[in-house]
Design a protein around this ligand. Structure first.
Ligand code: ADP
Ligand code: MG
Length: 690
């Protein structure tokens, strides 16, 4: 007997090549797939409701005798069938019908009807209900609730149910092997796979349908936990593969003491802790794969620079990659100002270099002259060949997919050795997602801001108070600090965004003639953008009008006021990132969230969250709650999180038990690992990229 996974649906009666193809569109190829295709609703066809007790909008089964069947001519011709039992009468109405149908429905016929009760012209009516008739007795009623499945074109409900009936018969006769050990299931009060599937596809009339549908029934949880365990095992497998690789042993701090000694501040305890964690990883002969999470302004760059010094001291090159040129530029600024005084050469590689500059940079990278290379995706290009890449630092991880991360690692491969990887993210990743997205990474958290940072005060105000906001800018800048004004538009168009920024720029120049107002937007040439940014960063301009291009990484500690126009149009993470541009120095900072028009309920909730907290983790959790994981991650990453049964928000509490269970499976039942991973993950996913 083959397993359910091996048995194709086309072994069931009624499934020809065409149906098989349509089922495949629903993701159903094997019997196992069929079982994991869960109902989204159930209908109760186990009991008959007396006609006298019917109420509109109920879905019910009724049974009685045909009293009359007539073609009637109203606005539309229809077949009207009058039926009754000993408690009352109802009508069935068919707009599409055949002569034969009328013939079958002659008076005296026994009939059982399933459908929704409506208030109609003749009293209570059923429109095009499902029904069956008999001369004598009708067949027995259903014993279990009737599932309603997601369908697709060409696959009807009736067809799916028919298949499921056949498949459930097989399931009853041949219980599938439980891949989760029985004792672990029992500890969590979870049923066997067979029992869970029977419960989900054929619940009894008294089973708690609400719990089944809400995912709160042990039958659903049985599947949820197994899927989570499989994902965890997939991750552990990836990680084991990662650890089996070799990497350079880097065990010296290099010029760290000099770098830190030259700074006007000391490391926070959190920074020190994270640096120590990184040191430990780098000293291993297997590659580090570590994610550093830290709220905006927590000082991740410096932590990365310390790691870079270690790699350089051991004779290796370091690549620093950011998702945008502006952000890369910021890193260039930091790394150059910190490392060049120590005699370390920092190169720059982005798409906008001239051919000549690029050639020179490639050369410097290839012969090892460039010790640190800062750039964007341009670092991926085939023409880029490192002499001895030992450490890759990636900022703003969640804009890069896992695959890009691994591609970059391959880029640095020399024989058996691959470089270490350090991933920095300012977008706190809610616990729920972190475990499934980054289960293959070790994680460090910088959970402390440099001392003296004060919470940013945030206000939410309507667009009509714009003049007050302009005054606020005047006062802030008079006191010697600087201000951002961020323009946002719904339109994705760069051109329109740029125009909005230009209009505001002109308006502010007019209103604030005593202040130098600069502007950056996505339509500018990178060089122009950089010049304008630099004027603001150097303090030559007091106000920077910007589109959301400044979202990540810009660091101007003297800026204390952030105005965000049409703030209601931005998501929470984006607002948090933007607001994080202020509050970086010792001065108290402020953020003005300006909205126009009436706020929707969610927009209001978002803005209030921003007003009430500065805590990036809380904001991220709230954001995830408001938007759901798919949208939170953006389209690119959702593929990496394709769960069949698990709903990350709903099933959050099962994540930790599932992780523990995965460990037990791995150590005590290693033979179960591969079948579990194969059952739940695309094989390609689980075993690729190792
Ligand atoms: P992020 O974590 O958002 O990338 P940065 O690394 O850009 O933060 O650091 C934000 C600012 O804080 C920078 O100006 C940086 O020089 C400064 N900084 C970093 N560490 C400390 C510290 N321990 N004490 C004071 N300022 C610090
Ligand atoms: Mg940063």
């Amino acid at each position: 007997m083959s397993t359910l996974a091996e048995q194709s649906v086309d072994t069931l009666k009624g499934v020809g090549p065409k149906a098989a193809e349509r089922l495949a569109r629903l993701g159903i190829v094997s019997l196992e797939d069929l079982f994991f295709h869960l109902p989204f609703r159930y209908e109760d066809r186990t009991r008959i409701v007396p006609m006298g007790a019917l109420r509109p909008e109920q879905h019910v089964v009724i049974e009685g005798e045909v009293r009359a069947a007539d073609v009637v001519f109203g606005r539309r011709r229809s077949l009207l069938v009058r039926i009754g039992d000993n408690t009352g009468f109802v009508s069935l109405r068919f707009y599409h019908f055949s002569a034969a149908q009328k013939h079958y429905l002659e008076p005296g016929t026994r009939i059982r009807v399933y459908g929704e009760v409506r208030a109609g012209a003749t009293g209570l009516e059923f429109y095009h209900p499902e029904y069956e008739t008999a001369r004598g007795d009708l067949p027995p009623l259903e014993k279990s609730l009737t599932p309603v499945y997601p369908t697709t074109e060409g696959v009807t409900q009736r067809f799916l149910r028919g298949l499921m009936k056949q498949a459930l018969d097989i399931l009853r006769r041949h219980p599938p092997r439980d891949l989760l050990p029985r004792d672990l299931l029992q500890q969590q009060d979870l049923p066997s796979l067979q029992a869970a599937l029977l419960k989900l596809h054929a619940p009894g009339p008294d089973d708690p349908v609400d719990l089944l549908l809400a995912g709160e029934h042990p039958a659903v949880r049985r599947l949820v936990v197994e899927e989570m365990v499989a994902h965890q095992l997939g991750m552990l497998h990836k990680r084991a593969g990662q650890k089996a690789q070799q990497a350079p042993v880097i065990n010296q701090a290099g010029q760290r003491a000099q770098l830190l000694g030259a700074l006007p501040f000391t490391l926070t305890a959190a920074q020190q802790r994270v640096i120590a964690e990184i040191d430990k990883d780098l000293a291993q002969p297997s590659p580090m794969l570590r994610l550093v999470q830290g709220d905006v302004g927590s000082g991740k760059t410096l932590v990365a620079a310390c790691a870079a010094l270690s790699a350089i001291a051991s004779g290796y090159q370091v690549a620093v990659m950011a998702p945008t040129e502006i952000l890369a530029e910021q890193h260039l600024r930091n790394f150059s100002s910190w490392l060049e005084p120590l005699g370390i050469s920092v190169a720059w590689l982005v798409g906008s270099l001239t051919a000549r500059q690029r050639r020179d940079t490639y050369q410097a990278i290839a012969d090892g002259q460039a010790q640190v290379v800062v750039g964007t995706h341009a670092l991926f290009q085939d023409a880029v060949v490192f002499d001895a890449l030992g450490l890759v630092i990636i900022d703003e991880q969640h804009r890069f997919g896992v695959h890009q991360r691994l591609a970059l690692r391959e880029k640095g491969r020399r024989g058996k050795e691959v470089p270490h990887q350090l991933v920095l993210t300012a977008t706190p990743i809610p616990r729920t997602l972190a475990m499934s997205l980054y289960g293959d990474l070790d994680t460090s958290v910088i959970d402390e801001l440099p001392p003296g940072r004060q919470a940013i005060d945030t206000v939410v105000i309507g667009e009509q108070r714009r003049p007050d906001v302009v005054e606020r800018i005047r006062n802030a800048c008079k006191a010697g600090t600087q201000a951002y004004w961020v323009c946002t538009l719904i339109e994705e168009s760069d051109a329109l965004q740029a125009k909005a920024a230009e209009d505001t720029w002109r308006e502010l120049q007019q209103a604030l003639p005593e202040l130098a107002v600069e502007m950056v937007h996505g339509r500018m040439k990178p060089k122009e953008k950089a010049q304008h940014m630099a004027r603001f960063a150097d303090g030559d301009a007091a106000v920077l009008v910007a589109t959301t291009v400044i979202e990540v990484g810009v660091d101007v500690p003297n800026a204390t006021l952030m105005v965000i126009e049409n703030a209601e149009r931005l998501g929470l993470s984006q607002l948090h990132q933007l607001r994080g541009r202020v509050g970086r120095g010792g001065e108290k900072s402020y953020c003005v969230l300006m909205y126009s028009g009436r706020l929707s309920e969610t927009a209001q909730r978002r803005l209030h969250v921003m007003r009430d907290t500065n805590d990036g983790f809380r904001i991220a959790e709230e954001d995830l709650r408001l938007r759901g994981p798919g949208e939170w991650l953006g389209t690119r990453q959702t593929g990496e999180l394709a769960f069949r049964i698990v709903d990350l928000m709903r099933d959050e509490d099962w994540m930790a038990p599932a992780r523990d269970m995965a460990q037990v499976v791995l150590t005590r039942y290693p033979q179960q690992v591969e079948p579990l991973v194969r059952r739940w993950l695309n094989e390609g996913d689980a075993y690729a990229d190792v």
